[in-house]
Design a protein. Sequence first.
Length: 208
Amino acid sequence: MQLQESGFMAHIQLAVITVALLMVVPERLTATEPAAPRKPHPDAVANTHPPGEVDKLELVPFVVADPGKLKGIVVDETEAQLIGTWQYSTHTPPYVGLGYLHDQKKGKGDKAVIYTPAIPKSGRYEVRLSHCYNIRRSTNTPITIHHAEGEKTIRINQQKIPEHQKLFRTLGVFRFKAGKSGWVKISNEGTDGKYVIADAVQFLFVGD
């Protein structure tokens, strides 16, 4: 009798385990489903370079294809507001996401890209800007940071190698309020006639 009861209990335990596994498996499948493919900014001119055509192959490993793998809050050009006509390119790595935008060396003073992050917590954030670099880039690109305590405009030399993984350059540490009141703007106003590059902006929380 005890043996029969033991066998019956074993069947019950196996059934419970099986049901539990069936409930978990769909969640695993859902969690590992591939993300929807990223789409280029609808207001930007398409890239004219075929896949694989790059000027420096040794910089391809520094490309970050998935912005979601970066730390902090990252706003790529696909989420930015474009003023004027900007064009996609992948010719000069590295870059974030699908590629980077350039101003076509035209319309100086009439073009800008505005990045607005969704800040989850008020505090101080290190702001970093990604851009590819070479001698064809602007040497005096104006970047305006609109933060909780005002605005600051700095000019950067996009011919110089960014200090973080040859991709991101630190613009400074600024205080931002929670929400979407802050932004960063890349402009081509007053630049030297060379290409102005717009790619991604990263916000890293550093403290209250």
